[in-house]
Design a binder for this molecule. Structure first.
Ligand code: MN
Length: 224
């Protein structure tokens, strides 16, 4: 056996190291939640938040990263939202679900301001008559969506708001509308806490949806 590291072997090691570095640069990391697991209680339990973020959300992101590393050996210059916009199939499903979930969890706060203000409130009142009517319509759409999916409040290109119900991962980022609020109505989002009572779960969420976050999205201000 040769005891010396040959030049060829050394280059192979260096190449492997370079490839690993590229792999690392292709990985999207799950951001930390902006609150503790138990801080959304009693509306969403610690168990559900932990499972839903650390297991489900991380799982989608890990799968998307795995596909990206396999299919895209060069470093990724797109952000996660751009990957979602430009992909199909398994990469789309996993990247979109990862993005949806990060967006969903980011809208909650244990210190939520539970009503919008300013221009967003004006627009909601103009279109639905009152914030309460908007919430009722949103909840009806959520309970009316068959099977797994997402409820969105979006700002359309004409400036009008719309409530959109979509199955599975949906396709909100592929539309021309700007998502303002996304609510997960897959059973894993609420089954441990509410069993099959989706309407009761949606009703509870109004206590933790922070409309300051939604207003920033409405105004086009990116989150830090
Ligand atoms: Mn989910």
């Amino acid at each position: 056996m040769k005891r010396h590291i040959t030049t060829a072997l050394l280059s192979a090691i260096l190449l492997t190291a370079a490839a690993q570095q590229k792999e690392t640069s292709a990985v999207f990391k799950l951001p930390p939640l902006p609150y503790q697991y138990d801080e959304l209680e009693p509306y969403i339990s610690r168990t559900t938040v932990k499972l839903h973020y650390d297991t489900h959300t991380r799982g989608y992101l890990d799968k998307a990263n795995k596909i990206l590393r396999k299919d895209t050996p060069d470093s990724i210059s797109q952000n996660l939202a751009e990957i979602v916009r430009n992909s199909e199939g398994a990469l789309y499903n996993n990247a979109a679900q990862a993005w949806n979930h990060i967006f969903y969890f980011d809208a909650f706060s244990p210190h939520a301001i539970t009503e919008p203000g300013g221009k967003l409130m004006q627009q909601i009142e103009q279109q639905w008559g009152s914030f309460q009517n908007f919430k009722n319509t949103f909840a009806e759409a959520a309970t009316g969506l068959f099977g797994s999916g997402w409820l969105w409040l979006v700002k359309q290109p004409d400036g009008q708001l719309a409530i959109i119900a979509e199955s599975n991962a949906g396709k909100v980022l592929k539309s021309k509308s700007v998502p303002l609020l996304g609510i997960d109505v897959w059973e894993h989002a609420y089954y441990l806490d509410y069993q099959n009572r989706r309407a009761e779960h949606i009703d509870a969420l109004w206590n933790i949806i922070d409309w300051r976050v939604v207003q920033k999205r409405f105004a086009g201000i990116p989150r830090p």
